[in-house]
Design a protein around this ligand. Structure first.
Ligand code: PLP
Length: 404
């Protein structure tokens, strides 16, 4: 059971007033708020454990190194990866996908090879592949969706050719909320001997992820979407793949030896972590993962599903309401349009009532094109939200409706 009063107490920002009204924060898909323990961890890191990590002989450097490597193990356990060497710290999902796109293309693809993505991808799982397409002449194949916002799996199966080298798909859509059957997708791809990258930016905060059970080849997520700090994220990669791929960036930390004649690279995971890593961010991310773990992902999923069902029912009370994405497996994200009211107007007016939602294309313009719209209003929920907040949100929409 979720103890909502105690949870909300952990997030000081939720007590805030916006435009004189208590804040209702429904923009969790964009970023989540931070519990006190995460902020305190950052403060404690800078006050007490701050020194550049690795190779330092002095006390503080060793303490900071230990904390950073312990954080890597926390991420490893969280994802159920088999080794800490499979956990690479990045700046976020976007950087992790760019890393794989660049290194995988260099090592494993040549002109005419194909990558399968889907129409529901975030720009960060489209544009890195387009950059590689321009550089190396690879081709993108796109899985369409059905009217409920689910991937067309029959078409997906038909997209494989002998030139398919990688499948790169989102686990949970940031617009539709659709949770894709990623295990089935991975099985299908592996039957064709094709590895799979999973964009877990939206799934990891809401669904228990076990990369070993999924047999994912690469799995990426961002710290800030799972109650951790901004500027840190994770690339999980099977060791055999990470060993095969060349470094993404060059610099300190990622080398074994450097001379002007020849440089050799460091072992995993450091080969992919050029420069001073965010060793404060990594420990704060680990703190966030422990916090989520204490509440329990099964409890989080059950409570958020209850909120999703309630919000969806209440939104359907409005005449002329269009909800985008009604997948059988869906996370707590609702994108909608009410009659002809522009999403921007809806977002602005709700903001005056203290209610934070996101409006626009949500970094998924190709999806908007497929849906034949320019944008939506999106309300995305967290375990710290409540039915009372949903009631205030519904009353807010009613007021906006009356103004039009
Ligand atoms: N993928 C999905 C599905 C997302 O929702 C987002 C962010 O909204 C990203 C990738 C990019 O995440 P970041 O900006 O943290 O790198």
């Amino acid at each position: 059971m979720i103890d909502i009063a105690s949870i909300r107490n952990d997030f000081p920002i939720l007590q805030k007033e916006v435009h004189g009204k208590p804040l209702v924060y429904f923009d969790n898909a964009a970023t989540t708020q931070k519990p006190r323990v995460v902020v305190e961890r950052i403060e404690n890191g800078y006050y007490n454990v701050n020194a550049n990590i690795h190779r330092g002989v002095h006390y503080l450097s060793q303490a900071a190194t230990e904390a950073h490597e312990e954080a890597r193990k926390t991420v490893q356990r969280f994802l159920h990866a088999s080794s800490p060497n499979e956990i690479i710290f990045t700046r976020g999902t976007t950087e992790a996908i760019n890393l794989v796109a660049s290194s995988f293309t260099d090592a494993c693809m040549s002109e005419g090879d194909e990558v399968i993505i889907s129409v529901m991808e975030h720009h960060s799982n489209i544009v890195p592949w387009q950059l590689q397409a321009a550089r190396k002449g690879i081709t993108l194949k796109v899985v369409p969706i059905n009217p409920r916002g689910e991937l067309c799996l029959d078409t997906f199966r038909e997209l494989f050719t002998e030139r398919t080298r990688l499948v790169s798909l989102v686990h949970m859509s940031n617009v539709l909320g659709t949770v894709n059957p990623i295990k089935e997708i991975i099985e299908e791809a592996h039957a064709h001997d094709v590895p799979v990258l999973v964009d877990g930016a939206q799934s990891v905060p809401h669904i228990r992820v076990d990369v070993t059970e999924l047999d994912a080849d690469f799995y990426v997520f961002s710290g800030h979407k799972i109650y951790g700090p901004t500027g840190i994220g994770v690339l999980y990669g099977k060791e055999e793949w990470l060993d095969r791929l060349p470094p993404y960036q060059g610099g300190g930390e990622m080398i074994a030896t450097v001379s002007f004649e020849k440089t050799t690279f460091n072992e995993l995971p450091f080969k992919f972590e050029a420069g001073t890593p965010d060793y404060i961010g990594s420990t704060a991310l680990a703190e966030a993962l422990r916090y989520v773990g204490r509440i329990g992902l099964a409890e989080i999923a059950a409570y958020e599903h209850e909120l999703l069902v309630y919000m969806t029912e209440r939104l359907k009370e409005f005449e002329g309401m269009r909800i985008f994405g009604e997948a059988a497996q869906k996370g707590a994200v609702v994108s909608f349009l009410l009659r002809e009211i522009h999403p921007y107007d809806m977002g602005m007016l709700l903001d005056r009532l203290g209610i934070a939602v996101r409006t626009g294309h949500h970094c998924a313009q190709p999806l908007m094109q497929a849906l034949g719209i320019e944008g939506t209003v999106r309300a995305s929920l967290s375990f710290y939200n409540t039915k009372e907040e949903i009631d205030r949100f519904i009353a807010g929409i009613r007021r906006v409706e009356q103004m039009f």
